[in-house]
Write a protein that binds this ligand. Sequence first.
Ligand code: PXP
Length: 248
Amino acid sequence: MDRLRLGVNIDHVATLRNARGGFWPDPVAAARLAEEAGADGITAHLREDRRHIKDADMAALKEQISLPLNFEMGATDEMVAIACRIKPNACCLVPENRAEITTEGGLEVAGQKPRLAAVTDQLKGQGMRVSLFIEAEEKQITAAAEIGADIVELHTGRYCDLPAGPDRIKASLDIARGAELAEAAGMEVHAGHGLGYDTVGPIAAIPQIVELNIGHFLIGAAIFSGLEEAIAEMRRLMEAARQPDRKA
Ligand code: PXP
């Protein structure tokens, strides 16, 4: 199996910085540290309300980081214009609701195909890869393939929120089935949201998934162990799940 990539989402470094205004802690410095610690990509979400990442962070990340940059964004004209200016490697389209604490559900692709197809074409036309953040449902996967998405990122939030046990196992099997369908439809498969040390294993073991995007847990763990150690431990768990024979 190919090595599973880890994209580190640095939004919540910016959350902490914004709690006091000013420049500390700096999300770009965190991205640099993540790179040194073995991250394969950096993800940042420029929300409509700029509650964490700001426009200047996005531009600085693109300029100062050599890892691929994954720009999470709502499918709005404003965000498309910013993406076309900054030109990250990939844009991950997510649903955005001003009142939510975090991205709550997957993008409703099947219900807004013409609009999302237009945004996808525009971004791809400017040389960016397009990823759609969706629930692992056949209807959404088929619609993502039909509008020409390069990637689907399967939402692991519901799986992570369930207590350990049969319901969580069932949710991981639904994600595995979604990953199979998405790969068969010709798309690259990523997953993310809510993953931590206790939940990453079963998702990392799904062979069609090539990238996990993880943020909130890692930034929280960094308070206790440092960011480098948190990333190293996450990588170790991902690799152990990917290659169970190596665990012994
Ligand atoms: N992937 C997507 C598309 C997201 O919106 C988020 C949250 O911004 C993540 C991954 C990372 O989620 P978490 O911060 O819970 O690890």
